[in-house]
Design a protein around this ligand. Sequence first.
Ligand SMILES: [Zn+2]
Length: 236
Amino acid sequence: MENIYTITLYGFIVGMVGTGLGGIVSLFIKDTDRTLSFLLGLTGGFMLFIVTFHLLPESFMLGGLYVTIGGIALGILLVILIERNIGKMVNNPYMKAGLLLGISIAVHNFPEGLALGSSFLTYSDLGPVLSLAMLLHNIPEGLSMAIPLKANKMRSWNIILYTILAGIPTGLGAFIGAYLGMVSTVFIALCLSFAGGTMLYIICDEIIPGAKTLHRGRASSIGVVLGFVIGIVLYF
Ligand SMILES: [Zn+2]
């Protein structure tokens, strides 16, 4: 039983420290409109990489075509529902983009935590190494979430707080993964494509248009392409 608590603790540290560090990194970035537009583009391109090379291929492998398509559709539906309700409370588009991206990062952290928890049990020697890899992987994701919040001139402490909160589902996922030992692969596939669908929609609907509105130059387009390439370089 103690093992489960250790694994859960690892999960929370990986999630909250990882995305939280991304939030802290964002505080050192100079916030002119042009830089933020470039960085928002970079965020969009990087998330696009996460969806195409990480979330969807894994979902295809584990659950097949129909589960993946179903997950994407459900993900998009959820964002539209949340967007409608957030739209009434939050007027600023960057604030909205940051919150939505935060929710989608939090949602995708859950299956990552599940994977961490169950692989910790199967390959206990690899656990700490896997955790470190996942922690590092969470830093750019936390940064991505922080950029639109920064574009909205949100207070530093709040940015850090929100990025730390987005890491909580990793810990919950790790606990459930370790508790159940084996989690249904179809369920993990559904979670992954669901997260992919939410991200895909937010990138197209909020992040890239938001980057273009902030500064009408080429900066954001170069950012999108560069973000995608950086993803490939970082993860291969
Ligand atoms: Zn991730």
